[in-house]
Design a protein. Structure first.
Length: 463
């Protein structure tokens, strides 16, 4: 399997090269030359596999340059720290199925991908005898999951940018209380989009990128998306074993990465297994406007109870755009240049095509809190606000098929939202219980690329 850029400016590369490159050198995002698919016979052979074994089978469809036994060890090590034996279990809650993705070390779905990516980085650096400096921006959960994925690993320093004062208190503490020598937290005076723009600008400086061996942990790294494909397949098989041949998925998303993994899974499985992908956004609704109106345009980021979705430029949208544009990299490049210049793209003429892939619902702050309260009262199950966005969209847009709602974080990470909904804060699980008492370390900087660049220069690993 070879990997190409959405903008067509690089020669095809291997999976291992794609992992280390992160953002393509032409500014595009990496994708496999073709999306693999399986038949019913192969699906039947996966029917009873535990999560780790299924993960290896799915990953091998996209990876041909890592030994099978090595890949098996990487997968086993990546999910050994998860607190549930099924890694991503499913719970029946009323008429919906909740896919719990928060049983990893930081209690967020990002652990599923970033535990694997951290081990992939370590594996390849050991193989090459090299080093890397990871740079990433987070709206909340990616940062802590990335930090926990690489903390203490030799040959890696990690620099995480988060918007100062715009994450939940627990999200910030999960990052800043990790004091390993290779971990550097930077709180920028701005939004997630400001941080992501800085990261992309640094990766676009090829001399700087090469000198400091920059690596990407945001969902611009293809390995992140690939790891997430697995839990869609796992969830489908679990329901299929119980007589459900076709299912819908409801996905709360701001950056388009998680739902793009669902798009890949839909194409991977036999036709009809995954029927609809319900794209749920909060009031930062660039993606809902794209699906429902063909309007992909930047707006002001509004702080919400679901801060990990407080995004107005979706980093993974370009991957879907590649397929929407008929796999035409020149058109994608022109589109992204137009968006960078004008801050908007008009896809109103492609709405029918988009509707074959997604339906979407924007969920307000009031609806988010109301949904947490309703589900808790009716079923005794507690949702975090991001998951509540997905559940609300599923209740509005779900049809006759079973709907799987992705639960992207543990509710205890968002105590303020939960308290507003049910009157009390959730009990903190052990990984969060003593965060407030831990020592914290963080650098606060303006949202200025040169200031961040200089900080990285000062603390980066060098050859």
């Amino acid at each position: 399997m070879r990997y190409i850029s959405t903008r067509g400016g690089i020669e095809p590369i291997s999976f291992k090269q794609a992992v280390m490159m992160g953002l393509a050198r032409d500014g595009g995002l990496l994708l496999p030359e073709r999306l693999p698919s399986i038949d019913r016979t192969k699906l039947e052979s996966w029917r009873n596999l535990p999560y780790q074994y299924l993960a290896r089978e799915v990953l091998e469809l996209f990876i041909d340059d890592i030994d099978r036994l090595d890949l098996e060890v990487l997968v086993e090590n990546s999910y050994a720290s998860f607190r549930h034996p099924q890694v991503t279990p499913i719970r029946k809650v009323g008429d919906l199925f909740i896919l719990e993705l928060f049983h990893g070390p930081t209690l967020a779905f990002k652990d599923v991908a970033l535990q694997l990516l951290g081990n992939l980085f370590e594996y390849q650096l050991k193989e090459s005898g090299s080093f890397m400096n990871i740079i990433g921006a987070t709206s909340g959960d990616t940062g802590s999951a990335a930090i926990y994925g690489v903390r203490g690993k030799k040959g890696i320093n990690i620099f995480i940018l988060h918007p100062h004062g715009r994450t939940s208190r627990i999200q910030a503490l999960q990052m800043t209380t990790v004091l390993d020598e290779n971990v550097f937290n930077i709180a920028i005076r701005g939004t997630f989009d400001d941080g992501q723009a800085i990261v992309k600008e640094l990766f676009g400086d090829l001399e700087f990128k090469d000198q400091y061996h920059l690596g990407a942990i945001n969902s611009i790294n293809w390995a992140r998306v690939l790891a997430q494909v697995v839990y869609y397949v796992y969830a489908y098989i679990k329901l299929w074993r119980n007589g459900m041949d076709s299912v819908d998925f409801s996905v709360p998303t701001g950056n388009f990465g998680d739902i793009f993994a669902g798009y890949v899974a839909k194409h991977l499985l036999p036709e009809g297994c995954i029927n609809r992908l319900i794209l749920a956004t909060n009031e930062n609704d660039i993606l809902s406007r794209f699906v429902n109106q063909g309007d992909y345009s930047k707006s002001t980021v509004r702080p919400t109870f679901s801060p990990s979705m407080d995004i107005q430029i979706a980093s993974n949208f370009e991957r879907y755009l590649y397929y929407l544009r008929g796999e035409d990299p020149e058109q994608v490049r022109r589109d992204m240049e137009t968006f960078a210049r004008d801050g908007r793209l008009d896809f109103s003429g492609l709405r029918d095509q988009v509707a074959r892939d997604f339906v979407s619902r924007r969920v307000s702050e009031e609806e988010t809190i109301e949904t947490i309260a309703d589900v808790h009262r009716e079923h005794g199950y507690l949702l975090d606000p991001h998951t509540a966005v997905g559940v609300r969209a599923a209740r509005e847009l779900g049809g006759e098929r079973p709907v799987v709602c992705l639960a992207t974080a543990h509710p205890a990470k968002f105590g303020d939202a939960v308290k507003k909904a049910i009157g009390t804060e959730p009990e903190l699980p052990p990984p969060l219980a003593d965060l407030e008492s831990r020592e914290s370390r963080c650098e606060i900087l303006d949202a200025d690329t040169e200031k961040v660049r200089n900080f990285i220069r000062e603390h980066a690993l060098r050859g």
